[in-house]
Design a protein around this ligand. Structure first.
Ligand code: NAG
Ligand code: NAG
Ligand code: NAG
Ligand code: NAG
Ligand code: NAG
Ligand code: NAG
Ligand code: NAG
Ligand code: NAG
Length: 629
């Protein structure tokens, strides 16, 4: 009898819970369908018999509720219906580059959790509603390239978390309100704003204000009495046309000037390239064909680089040459990995491992079983003598958490570095999955161990002298040994490589103050290492397309979440699945990562300090730490 009642109650609660959970998602679903039916243009191909969280552009949390709706460039047109306001858990809304028009629907005012609003590249019109700035969580607003008119609302300062306000290319009029909140990104160019630029915005670039009738810093000073002469005067057709003509003239002149400049630069560059790069370009073409060929395994290193025929006959005794200046063969640092020479290396079967910042890497397998990694440096800018000196220094570096450099080779056309081979591949591949192989799960202990190993390696480099820094820290340069120990590679090569060859991929790791990839510093290393820590903990790649589309980098994404009530949401679900929530050590490592990615170099800790902190938390990691805050 009693059992029966209990059962009845549990069943009741079960259904109650089920209903209350599904009804919220059901409301989201209804809102999405109302949106789908209400907009014009290309139809949204959502499978209505599948759950809404599986629909294109829809993203849910674990509740499940809809937290993001991203429909960029999908050909929607017409006005937005009243519907989106019912997605009450929405944090990201993106309709950028569609053909939507009409005013912003009033029900947006109900999106109190909204953080990111991307509506650029439509023809929305009407005034910018002032309720937008009362949404408490908004971080980015992008309304650029629309047809908004009227004044910029006076209550912009109510949006205390706002860091981006993009309003360029609209029809906005009137003055810029006195904006005192700290906006990292601000742009109102190409509107019809007039008046003077408020003082707190005077530090923004000129281009953020151009194409208006504004005056004051950073543009020209305002005329003392407001009735300027010399500055643009709005309202009078004749003077408008005149200034438009003048602007056109200036633009054309600038354009021609730039064109000439580019032409000259282009000629100069070509001339220089021809002198020292003709052959290396030919070489560069080869690896691509190798990597695309499915039979990469059958190829040899030799058919990847051009044969070094001008190097003369090589003998294997030459291999261990102690005199780098005359060496026409590999210069060895360590012999314990096996005996081979350049010829042998070139004949070994090769497999492309990847194209890195400094050049392509190959796995070279010898017949007798030895496997090494060959890196072909491209765009080496230092002369041979300096290169050899630097290499000699690198060769003397040895640490348990650094990939061992075995040998190098230098000729006019070819610069090779030979490393030990790490069978487990890179941390990047392990965290984010590589082509074909899915991502494998790394538990907290392995991740903490990898963080510590990498920290020790970088700390060791920094301890050698104040000018030594790694220069290229990222997860694809953290390799893993058989026992998942971190082995850092590609260290200290940056100062030898032309900065122009540095692709943007590195950007997710690069400290904000670094503008020239060759001018590296230890504090910049600390920043990159901090990003690496955040990557380890969140499982998100700093170079991930998604993050970049929304214009936030990984550190900013992390801090935007941790400022919220639920910081544990940042962690990789793989990590929290088997871990009690709010693991104290995970939180501590996250804090270390955040402090490393401080914007100002001086606010970042030193690498030895970081290593000490990680050591501390790894020691307490073995036993479940005290659950206090
Ligand atoms: C939005 O929610 C309200 C109240 O919950 C409801 O009356 C309305 O029908 C919903 N609208 C849509 C489009 O789902
Ligand atoms: C729609 O979703 C249902 C349920 O998930 C599935 O059975 C069906 O095949 C899907 N239809 C299409 C056209 O994808
Ligand atoms: C916002 O939500 C409340 C409650 O759900 C509703 O009464 C109100 O009409 C909504 N506001 C707008 C502008 O849709
Ligand atoms: C922009 O808005 C103005 C009125 O404010 C209107 O005349 C014009 O046609 C609109 N332009 C577009 C492209 O919708
Ligand atoms: C800005 O333009 C409006 C109308 O175009 C005008 O009434 C106002 O006086 C102007 N303000 C300034 C400071 O020039
Ligand atoms: C502002 O927007 C204009 C037009 O899109 C662009 O040319 C300019 O570089 C931007 N300036 C800033 C500081 O974002
Ligand atoms: C500015 O205007 C005031 C009166 O409005 C006038 O007394 C003063 O001389 C003017 N100053 C200049 C520099 O034109
Ligand atoms: C304003 O314009 C008048 C006539 O065009 C000129 O004489 C005067 O010097 C100008 N004043 C300034 C401050 O540019």
């Amino acid at each position: 009898m009693k059992n029966k009642t209990n059962l009845g109650i549990s069943v009741f609660f079960f259904f109650f819970c089920l209903v209350s959970v599904t009804s919220d998602l059901e409301a989201d679903r209804r809102a999405l369908i109302a949106l789908r039916d209400g907009v014009h243009g290309r139809p949204l191909l959502w499978n209505l018999s599948a759950p809404p969280c599986t629909w294109g552009g829809v993203q849910c949390n674990s509740d499940p509720r809809v937290t993001a709706l991203r429909l960029p460039g999908v050909g929607l047109s017409g006005p937005l219906p009243i519907a989106i306001g019912n997605l009450t858990k929405l944090e990201t809304l993106s309709f950028r580059f569609n053909a939507l028009n009409g005013p912003l629907p009033a029900d947006f005012a109900n999106l109190t959790l909204l953080r990111y609003l991307y509506l650029q590249g439509n023809t929305f019109s009407g005034e910018i509603p002032s309720y937008l700035f009362t949404l408490p969580n908004l971080i980015r607003i992008n309304l650029a390239q629309n047809n908004f008119s009227g004044r910029i609302p006076d209550n912009v300062n109510s949006a205390t978390r706002l860091s981006t306000l993009y309003l360029q290319d609209n029809q906005l009029t009137g003055p810029i309100p006195e904006i005192t909140i700290l906006l990292e990104q601000f742009n109102v160019s190409s509107n019809q704003l007039n008046g003077s630029i408020p003082d707190p915005l005077s530090g923004k670039p000129k281009t953020a204000f151009e194409g208006n009738f504004l005056c004051g810093k950073p543009l020209e000073a305002c005329p003392v009495n407001g009735t300027g002469n010399g500055t643009k005067t709005p309202g009078k057709g004749k003077s408008d046309k005149l200034s438009a003509g003048a602007i056109a003239g200036i633009v054309i002149a600038c354009f021609i000037g730039l064109l000439l400049l580019f032409l000259i630069l282009f000629c100069l560059c070509r001339k220089r390239k021809k002198e020292d790069n003709v052959q290396s370009r030919n070489i560069e073409a080869a690896p691509v064909s190798t990597s695309s060929a499915a039979v990469a395994k059958e190829s040899t290193v030799a058919n990847v680089p051009t044969p070094v025929a001008n190097g003369g006959p090589h003998s294997s005794e030459n291999g261990a040459s102690k005199n780098p200046a005359v060496s026409k063969d590999l210069t060895f640092f360590v012999k314990s990995f096996g005996d081979f020479d350049l010829d042998g290396l070139l004949k070994a079967s090769a497999e492309v491992l990847g194209k890195g910042t400094f050049g392509s890497s190959y796995k070279a397998s010898f017949d007798h079983g030895l496997v090494v990694v060959v890196k072909r440096l491209r765009d080496v800018v230092v002369p041979e003598k300096e290169f050899r000196e630097k290499m000699q220094v690198l060769g003397s570096i040895s640490h348990a958490n650094l990939v061992t450099m075995i040998a190098y080779y230098f000729s006019r056309d070819e610069k090779l570095v030979v490393f030990e081979y790490m069978p487990r591949g890179s941390l990047s591949a392990l965290l984010h999955g590589n082509k074909g192989n899915g991502r494998s799960s790394l538990n907290w202990e392995s991740r903490a161990g990898i963080a510590l190993g990498a920290a020790r390696a970088i700390s060791y480099l920094h301890s050698r002298d104040a000018t030594t820094s790694h220069g290229n820290i990222k997860s694809s340069n953290v390799l893993l040994s058989e026992s998942f120990e971190a082995k850092v590679s590609d260290y200290c090569l940056a100062p030898m490589i032309s900065p122009t060859s540095t692709p943007n991929r590195i950007d997710g790791y690069r400290a904000p103050e670094v503008t020239d990839a060759r001018k590296i510093s230890q504090k910049a290393d600390v920043y990159s290492f901090g990003v690496l820590l955040l990557e380890l903990l969140t499982g998100k790649s700093p170079t991930q397309q998604q993050l970049h589309e929304e214009g936030v980098d990984l550190p900013r994404w992390v801090s935007s979440i941790t400022e919220q009530q639920s910081p544990s949401e940042v962690f990789d679900p793989e990590l929290t699945r088997y871990q009690s929530e709010g693991n104290e050590n995970m939180m501590r490592l996250l804090k270390i990562g955040i402090s490393c990615t401080a914007q100002y170099p001086d606010s970042r800790p030193s690498m030895s300090e970081v290593t000490r902190l990680i050591e501390e938390l790894s020691h307490s990691s073995g036993s479940p730490g005290p659950l206090s805050d």
